[in-house]
Write a protein that binds this ligand. Structure first.
Ligand code: CAA
Length: 394
């Protein structure tokens, strides 16, 4: 049993700030998401089912390479379009939205920005159309937040690079066709000695290691990627030899807008379910929506969700205007992910005992929310990025 979907979902007040084109896109994505994804979301979560059939449709709609120029097989749209679509997908299913987010923000985006013509033709085009899937390999078993402390090594041998190491917590790891891999090219230079490589998952020595059994986003895979003497042609170096850390960091700036957006979508789903439930459930002779204690929860949930969306869209607008947005992306991710955790926790409280069961989607939203405070930089890392930017701005 689940509360009926909120019939007012189309009336998102903050859409008034969108252009007419973005509004049309939002409506189209909302319709698709409600029709094609929402009915499958429970199964995707319960069976840890990778939503391949949905991703195929999303590829056909241009959702897997929204910001990739049309000449490289993408939709050629802006970041605002990306978050407009991604929020709608996230409302329905956070597992599907993280697959989409990683492909767009972490796999396609660095190829658009730093890729050679050859790399764009070979790797970007099929990922942008959704025919192939990408992943982003930065974290390792011994280094997550301190990304520059990685151990994976790339050694030049003739016209090839030989990669050895283990990458951890890689979203899309099990299904990805191509991986953006970061590795030490010069150990004496710390973060200035890191290179970025585009690696074909079919390469000899490339394998999927441990597949994580997770609390949430259960339909997406999170795995280790093991690299054992993987030969990568020189032409697969992404950007300059020592620019890998900058490639990684600037890519994550954009990725953080995507995760902020995912958090907004999960929070919105929790808010919609809690609101619908509060109208159906009666206590003390009236719908609980009329009880002050419930109204406080709903009002705070709505305000924090809307504030998160405004911060997230502000960061997207700065990125689209070619303005610095690193701090704003971190602020949006920090605020939206913590708000999402709070909103889904309070959502369970509104539903009471039912919220704690699998009869309602609320407990899925609660489990899915937590990861938004962790991946693509924990809340603690976002605070470091924000605080350092403040000092730099003085
Ligand atoms: N854009 C471009 N360059 C940047 C940058 C940015 N946003 N941030 C830093 N840099 C550059 C700096 O300018 C500096 O360059 P110079 O030496 O030339 O001046 C260099 O990078 C080093 O910067 P810092 O001294 O700030 O580096 P640091 O080692 O102190 O680390 C950090 C900074 C912010 C903590 C960084 O390590 C970080 O973001 N850590 C978190 C990593 C992360 O988010 N991991 C998530 C992995 S992806 C994932 O979640 C998996 C998935 O599949 C979803």
């Amino acid at each position: 049993m689940a509360a009926a979907p909120n019939p007012k979902r189309n009336a998102l007040w903050s859409d008034v700030f969108l252009s007419d084109d973005h509004k049309v896109l939002a409506e189209m994505a909302r319709d698709f998401s409600r029709r094609e994804i929402e009915p499958l979301a429970e199964k995707i979560d319960r069976d840890h089912h990778f939503p391949r059939e949905i991703l195929r449709q999303m590829g056909a709609l241009g959702f897997m390479g929204i910001m990739v120029p049309v000449e490289w097989g993408g939709a050629g749209l802006d970041t605002m379009s990306y978050v407009t679509v991604l929020e709608e997908i996230s409302v329905a299913c956070a597992s599907t939205s993280v697959v989409m987010s990683v492909n767009n923000s972490l796999a396609c985006a660095p190829l658009v920005k730093f890729g050679s013509i050859e790399q764009k033709e070979r790797f970007l085009r099929p990922m942008a159309s959704g025919e192939k899937l990408g992943c982003y390999c930065l974290s390792e078993p011994g280094s997550g937040s301190d990304a520059a402390a990685m151990k994976t090594r790339a050694v030049k041998k003739g016209d090839k690079w030989i990669l050895n190491g283990v990458k951890n917590f890689i979203t899309n790891g099990r299904e990805a066709d191509y991986a953006i891999v970061y590795a030490i090219v010069d150990p004496d230079k710390k973060h200035k000695g890191i290179g970025a490589f585009v690696v074909d998952a079919k390469s000899k020595g490339y394998s999927v290691g441990k597949v994580e059994d997770k609390l949430g986003i259960c339909g997406s895979s999170t795995t280790q990627i093991v690299l054992e003497n993987v030969e990568v042609p020189e032409s697969c170096l992404l950007g300059a030899e020592n620019d890998g850390f900058k490639v990684a960091m600037s890519t994550l700036d954009g990725g953080r807008i995507g995760i902020a957006c995912q958090a907004v979508g999960i929070a919105r789903a929790a808010l919609e379910e809690a609101t619908a439930y509060s109208l159906e459930r009666e206590a003390f002779g009236k719908p609980i929506a009329d009880l002050g204690a419930i109204q406080i929860h709903l009002a705070d949930m709505a305000t924090k969700t809307d504030a998160s969306r405004l911060l997230m869209r502000a960061a997207a607008a700065l990125k689209d205007g070619d303005r610095p947005f690193s701090k704003q992306a971190a602020q949006a991710k920090l605020f939206a992910s913590e708000a999402c955790m709070e909103v889904s926790t309070r959502g369970i409280q509104v539903l009471g005992g039912y919220g704690y069961t699998k009869d309602y989607a609320m407990e899925r939203h609660f489990r899915d929310a937590k990861i938004t405070e962790i991946y693509e930089g924990t809340s603690e890392i976002q605070r470091i990025v924000i605080a350092r930017s403040l000092v730099k701005e003085l």
